[in-house]
Design a protein around this ligand. Structure first.
Ligand code: AP5
Length: 213
């Protein structure tokens, strides 16, 4: 495997963004994240689709999935420009998984497993540095620099209500995608409830073992 093509899947708050940054740095692949892409285009006019809401923002703040057609296009464009990738946040339903199979081949699917109680704690405490995109947590990972502390922001969809909804959407819609990949030879399940460095050690070992195959 030259430049790996990897999907990372797991519930909101499982640590996909945190670990994708490690993978990007270690293996020189591109981090493609539908969540960040949609956050950068929150107010895009999608009224022409004639679906429930007219912007991605409205779906995201409610904790609902943005219509497939919008997300599929973002991913197709990003994949066509990437030489190796870690794909984070896609596919989120079985239709998107079918779409992805038509776009490219995958070397690995990494699935992060974390309990609901821990996910709620992580997401409601998450803070993001708007200048660097670095992810922190109010309880166990705050920056030392006071200037950085002061500019940290909470994501609109990290309110308790939106988090509960996002977790329900994961159970109903994305958990079947994890099951769909379970028999695939590049599928690896990782215990995401460990310390972030231990999660990273496990992921790195899994990728290295796969590269050596
Ligand atoms: P998206 O941005 O993809 O959000 P998500 O899947 O809900 O995942 P998060 O980014 O919240 O969590 P994460 O797993 O990356 O966790 P992180 O590393 O930050 O999507 C947002 C919205 O966009 C969706 O709700 C939907 O509306 C829309 N959307 C996106 N993709 C779509 C698609 N394909 N189709 C349709 N709609 C789509 O970690 C969380 C916190 O925990 C941090 O504070 C971190 O510091 C901490 N942490 C991480 N690891 C650990 C650890 N091991 N121990 C302790 N704390 C940890």
């Amino acid at each position: 495997m030259a430049t790996p093509q990897i999907v990372i899947i797991g519930p909101p708050g499982a640590g996909k963004g945190t670990q994708s940054s490690n993978i990007e740095e270690e293996y020189g692949v591109e981090h493609i994240t539908t969540g960040d892409a949609l956050r950068s285009n929150k107010d895009m006019d999608i009224s022409y689709l004639d679906t429930e809401h007219d912007t991605p923002r409205a779906y995201m703040e409610a904790g609902e999935l943005v219509p497939d057609v919008v997300v599929n296009e973002i991913v197709a464009e990003a994949l066509s420009a990437a030489d190796g990738f870690i794909l984070d946040g896609y596919p989120r339903n079985l239709e998107q998984a079918t779409e992805l199979e038509e776009m490219t081949d995958l070397d690995m699917v990494l699935s992060l497993d974390v309990s609901r109680e821990e996910l709620i704690r992580r997401l409601t405490g998450r803070r993001v540095d708007p200048e660097t995109g670095d992810i922190y947590h109010t309880e166990f990972n705050m920056p030392d620099d006071e200037e950085v502390q002061e500019r940290l922001e909470q994501r609109d969809d990290d309110s308790r209500e939106a988090v509960e909804r996002r977790l329900d959407v994961f159970e109903d819609t994305t958990a079947p995608v994890v099951e769909h990949y379970r028999d695939y030879e590049g599928f690896v399940e990782i215990d995401g409830e460990q310390h972030p460095e231990d999660v990273w050690d496990e992921i790195k070992k899994a990728i290295d073992a796969h590269i050596d195959d």
